[in-house]
Ligand binder design. Structure first.
Ligand code: NDP
Ligand SMILES: N[C@@H](CC=O)C(=O)O
Length: 779
């Protein structure tokens, strides 16, 4: 049984040593606290009658420890050798206590000093183990001494001169593995405080889960990074002897834990886990003077090795123009000096550049032995990162394909590791983070719809939709866990205001995976946040038509940002609400078809009005009913003037490939100009006064058995919108309620048009269309 120190002891001993070296007498107090803690542990562990020997032993060892620290205090210096000696007390004390307790339990137990077992070199602080000597010492010791249970301090060893050395933080696991290997143990169990190796660092990924079985190679790859469940060197000794290694949780022994073995059974998951390492610096040695000349890499690595700088990742492009290595950020400055000195002549001659050092980086890596037989793994990895705006600075993959490493900005690690985890672990749900602007007619319906569908999405699609921020023009509610959609209105009412720029910055700063801006306002203000968000790979879903019908240059800029940054910019509901009009048009264009012309009824409001108005009640009253039914724009004059239809015609023409501005659309209005003087109430009042005008329009059409329809027409680069009287044989005659309809004539649909028809306005259907766009953006 190998024992590590009581929690926090090693750190406390280091701190005590450092204060002593800094002439700070606080070390005495610290040692006293540690002593009390160990004495209390002894009293708790052993029966009163048999405590004395252990208490005496502890006191004498603390007296020794005190003398060592007094020496450090007197000298004002803490050497690596003395620090190793200081640190060793943690394990020496705890293991002697455990040995005493084991004997008390009636076990045939004995304590062995690992300094007599583990032989190392004299590199104090992180000594290297002499495996052969250790093997011999362990066997010789156990042959010479007899006990059924040996209790041994972990973490420490001794050099050939008998000086105490340490094996690196977490080194108790390593001690156990060395002993298991020397003894040819049947199994090695590591009892720790987590239930095994996890698919990702659980501090970063809440859905990370324990890995039941894993190969030595995979465990080695995972143990280097992230949540260090296992001290990395631990695996080597047991792997060489094929000794199975269990990682179990002391606090949940019933949990399965992780079995590390030669060949775990194949599972559906080709990726076993995802590792991450922060505080990385990328060193780039570049220059045309390197191309085709052997020896540059040897000199680069030798310069780093001389400084004892550990290289974490290596990559070189086939052009040989640059070599790139990843090192610990703490080693960056020393690396720069060492490499620039090594290549001083070539740098002076301009053959290579001084070493370029970039800090603030991190590695996210996929680990899995089965990846080698599966194409598409790296594609999926890069796709998942790319879709979330995570820029990959460097890539490394050996031909064994056990590990695919990507170097990214440290600020992106949490997002990156989560999207990669979502992409590779089926049982994991995908988290979608919404930032919603607008909670009016459509916005409110959307939030209620999300509330109703949340459970379905989680259960059936494994998608967790969260509204992280919700803003109206006066309030903004934010919740990192996602707002409770059952009470969004109360949360919004109680929330403070937030400006649009701050709202935009909030989305960028949160840097959450699968982020979507949802614009369900009608204002021109909000569209200014689209470009900065798309440039951060945040998807934009808008039923607000302002952006797509603004200046062509702005519309085209947003479309190109969406393409460049892999961020969907979706606005299906801009035309016909949830009817699949824009998606169908995009399919036509994508497949090389060309729209020759289209004819459409695109205003739910006007269709509602002309379907309900027959002179039996005032025209203005029917418009009010349309507004009450939620089909009009917040300002109904946009509908009645034909502007809303013109915007839709413009968006359709642009999506068909036309470069067109709003001023190119001919709007043939049918309302007297007087209706547009004043505010919305004045508008209604004036329509009432103009009732005769509307009655005349209706009567003329009805007299010929025709219906009034406000029609948008586009043909060969020209578009117009206006009121028409349609006969019963016209495709756009037979429309109910707030229906929209469009007929496309294209190179493929020459005689019989492609017709799309159905409810084309209203809060519910529009909300459903926005919801569909959100899903399209993230799935
Ligand atoms: N109705 C329909 O059938 C269809 C509608 N649409 C589009 O849906 C959009 C929304 O329409 P509708 O829901 O009726 O409009 P509403 O007027 O009912 O709601 C608009 C919402 O936007 C909020 N808002 C306004 N300015 C800002 C701002 N600067 N920042 C944050 N929030 C803001 C408003 O807040 P506050 O209450 O504080 O002012 C309100 O919550 C429109 O663009 C419309 O064209 C698209 C297709 C069909
Ligand atoms: N006000 C619009 C709503 C959808 O865009 C309409 O009437 O069609």
């Amino acid at each position: 049984m190998v024992v590590s120190a009581l929690g926090g002891t090693t750190d406390a001993l280091i701190a005590a040593g450092r204060s002593a070296a800094a002439s700070n007498e606080a070390y005495r107090e610290a040692l006293h606290g540690l002593e009390q803690r160990h004495l209390a542990a002894a009293q708790e562990l052993l029966p009163t009658a048999s405590q004395q020997a252990s208490l005496d032993l502890l006191r004498s060892q603390f007296a020794e420890l005190q003398r060592v620290c007094d020496g450090v205090f007197a000298l004002g210096e803490l050497s690596a050798r003395t620090l190793d000696k200081l640190m060793s007390y943690g394990e020496l004390l705890s293991s002697q206590l455990v040995a005493a307790a084991a004997k008390q339990q009636g076990l045939d137990a004995a304590w062995a000093d690992s300094r007599q077992l583990i032989r190392t070199n004299s590199r104090f602080g992180n000594a290297e183990v002499d495996m052969a000597a250790t093997d011999l010492q362990v066997k010789a010791y156990l042959n010479a001494h007899k006990a059924r249970l040996w209790v041994v301090p972990g973490f420490i060893g001794a050099d050939a001169q008998g000086n105490t050395t340490t094996l690196g933080r977490g080194g108790s696991d390593y001690t156990a593995a060395l002993l298991a290997a020397a003894l040819g143990a049947e199994v090695l169990e590591i009892w720790t405080d987590v239930s095994g190796m996890m698919t990702a660092d659980p501090r970063l990924v809440s859905s990370a889960r324990p890995i039941a079985r894993i190969s030595y190679q995979e465990a080695m790859e995972l143990s280097h990074f992230g949540a260090k469940v296992l001290y990395p060197p631990t695996i080597q000794p047991v792997m060489q002897r094929g000794i199975p290694l269990w990682i179990k949780n002391t606090f949940a022994p019933q949990d399965h834990g992780t079995l590390v073995e030669v060949a775990p059974p194949r599972t559906a998951a080709v990726v076993r886990g995802i590792s991450s390492i922060s505080s990385l610096a990328l060193l780039s040695l570049e220059g045309s003077g390197m191309v085709g000349i052997p020896g540059f890499s040897r000199r680069l690595f030798a310069a780093l090795a001389r400084e004892r700088i550990n290289v974490i990742l290596i990559t070189q492009s086939s052009s040989e123009h640059s070599i790139c290595v990843g090192v610990n950020e703490a080693d960056a400055a020393r690396s720069q000096d060492a490499v620039d000195e090594e290549f001083a002549t070539e740098i002076a001659a301009g053959r290579i550049e001084p070493l370029r050092v970039e800090t603030g980086l991190a590695i996210v890596a996929l680990v899995g032995e089965n990846m080698k037989s599966h194409p598409g793994i790296s594609g999926k990895l890069f796709g998942a990162l790319g879709h979330n705006g995570v820029n990959i600075r460097a890539i490394a993959q050996g031909s064994s394909e056990k590990n695919i490493s990507t170097v990214i900005q440290a600020a992106d690690v949490r997002k990156a590791i989560n999207v990669v985890h979502e992409a590779f672990f089926e049982a994991t749900y995908k988290q979608v983070n919404l930032f919603v602007l607008g909670a009016g007619n459509v916005g409110g319906k959307l939030l209620d719809l999300l509330a109703r569908q949340q459970a379905y999405l989680l259960d059936k699609l494994r998608v967790q939709v969260r509204v992280v921020a919700l803003a109206s023009s006066r309030h903004c509610a934010v919740s990192d866990e996602g707002l409770d959609l059952g009470s969004w209105a109360a949360a919004l009412d109680a929330a403070p205001p937030l400006g649009l720029d701050e709202f935009t910055q909030l989305i960028i700063d949160k840097n959450l995976r699968n982020s979507v801006l949802v614009d369900v306002t009608a204002t021109p203000d909000t569209v200014r946040c689209y470009a900065p968000l798309l440039a951060k790979s945040v998807a934009v879903v808008a039923c607000n038509k302002v952006a797509a019908s603004s200046d062509y240059a702005f519309y085209a800029h947003l479309k190109s940002l969406a393409q460049e940054f892999n961020a969907p910019f979706l606005f299906e509901t801009n035309v016909g609400a949830a009817l699949p009009i824009l998606n169908t048009l995009q399919d036509l264009v994508r497949t090389g078809d060309r729209v020759q012309r289209f004819e459409a009824v695109l205003s739910g409001t006007l269709n509602f009005v002309f379907n309900h108005y027959d002179g039996s009640q005032p025209f203005a009253e029917v418009v009010r009913q349309a507004q009450a039914a939620g089909v009009t724009e917040p300002d109904p004059r946009l509908d009645l003037s034909g502007t809303d239809v013109a915007r839709k015609a413009l968006i359709l023409a642009r999506e068909a490939g036309e470069v067109m501005e709003m001023s190119d659309i001919e709007i043939q209005g049918f309302l007297p100009a007087s209706c547009f003087e004043g505010d919305v109430e004045a508008f209604y009042a004036q329509m009432l006064r103009e009732e005769a005008h509307f009655r005349a329009l209706y009567d003329q059409a009805a007299a010929q058995g025709k219906k009034l329809r406000f029609v948008a027409q586009y043909a060969e680069g020209r578009a117009k919108v206006g009121l028409q009287q349609l006969a019963p044989d016209h495709n756009l005659y037979d429309l109910r309620g707030k229906d929209n309809a469009i007929q496309f004539y294209t190179d493929c649909y020459v005689e019989q048009p492609l017709v799309i028809k159905g409810a084309g306005a209203g809060g519910e259907v529009t909300a459903a269309g926005v919801f569909a766009d959100i899903m399209r953006a993230v799935l």
